[in-house]
Design a binder for this molecule. Structure first.
Ligand SMILES: NC(=O)c1ccc[n+]([C@@H]2O[C@H](COP(=O)([O-])OP(=O)(O)OC[C@H]3O[C@@H](n4cnc5c(N)ncnc54)[C@H](OP(=O)(O)O)[C@@H]3O)[C@@H](O)[C@H]2O)c1
Length: 281
């Protein structure tokens, strides 16, 4: 049995990952969908196979688990799937005063947003190099362009993703492999709820206007076609991201910190409302 070309998408059970799956199914990509929510992946595979006459597999796995990347790689090899597109999209965020955030959650975020992405890229890149063809999209964020107080770990993971992707894009350019860091701004997905970002902050983003996951995917595919090593989706997001070229990080962090600090101080006071007050006021 010969190998069948397929596109592997992590975090395909919802949001941007699901939008990638739906869009690429239209273009007749065979799919391997990865996330933890087995039922959602199963239903999406069924729907896309019937609608678009493609082959769609799913692998339900927690990418934070030890050697999950190896398990995934072995599964695709076992099923003779040649992964010629890899979309490292699974990720999550957190928001708050770093000193008060749960350490385990911050470490798991690094594990998923950074370690799993690097491991999967390394595994599938070997085969792409042998074949001298391949496409990798790594989902970063506009948060990758500058440090973000009160989203410190998340922004740092995305800065890693962008830097890493742009570097390996150059390493692999002569092998006919495109690597693109996709940098979305606020997008209408489950991201804000998954990150336990309070409704006050979410509403602020909503007011400013969020992109749809479909618009983010279009920006990514257009960048891949042009062989770009990174892309910011949306004009307003692009302009905001570029601000960092002209304004020092110290000024940006002070401004962002100034906006977000009161939201977390407010939360702390509410949390202490019924408790004993240690301050004089
Ligand atoms: N939405 C935004 O505003 C925004 C902005 C910039 C960048 N991004 C980035 O875009 C990417 C996609 O996020 P989204 O906005 O589409 O959010 P989302 O709707 O919360 O989707 C996240 C996806 O990742 C999967 N996932 C989470 N933890 C996982 C784990 N441990 N193992 C395997 N899969 C896991 C989720 O599926 P299960 O829960 O089923 O596992 C889901 O499919 C992320 O990397 C995020 O950082 C989002």
């Amino acid at each position: 049995m010969s190998f069948m070309k397929a596109t592997l998408i992590t975090g395909a059970s919802g949001g941007i990952g699901e939008a990638f799956a739906r869009r690429l199914a239209v273009e007749n990509h065979n799919l391997v969908l990865v996330a933890r929510s087995e039922n959602k992946l199963h239903d999406l595979c069924d729907e896309l196979m019937v609608k678009h006459k493609i082959t769609a597999h799913y692998i339900a796995v927690d990418l934070i688990d030890f050697e999950a990347d190896l398990r995934l790689f072995e599964e695709t090899e076992k099923h003779k799937l040649e992964i010629d597109w890899l979309i490292n999209n699974a990720g999550f965020g957190s928001m708050g005063d770093f000193a008060n955030l749960e350490l385990e959650n911050e470490l798991e975020m690094i594990n998923l947003n950074v370690l799993a992405l690097v491991a999967l890229t390394h595994r599938y890149l070997q085969k792409m190099r042998e074949r001298q063809s391949g496409t990798i999209i790594n989902v970063a964020s506009t948060a990758s362009f500058q440090p973000v107080p009160f989203m410190a770990t998340y922004a740092a993971t995305k800065a890693f993703v962008k830097s890493f992707s742009e570097a390996i894009a150059e390493e692999n350019r002569l092998f006919n492999i495109t690597v693109t860091a996709l940098c979305p701004g606020p997008t209408e997905t489950n991201f804000f709820d998954a990150a336990n970002i309070g409704t006050n902050v979410k509403d602020a983003f909503l007011k400013k206007g969020m992109q749809t996951p479909e618009a983010v995917v279009e920006a990514a595919l257009s960048a891949v076609k042009r062989g770009k090593s990174s892309v910011v989706s949306g004009w307003t997001n692009y302009m905001t991201a570029r601000l960092g070229n002209f304004v020092p990080n110290s000024l940006i962090t002070r401004a962002v910190g100034g906006v977000l600090r009161p939201k977390f101080e407010e939360k702390k006071q509410i949390g202490n409302a019924g408790g004993e007050r240690k301050d004089k006021g």
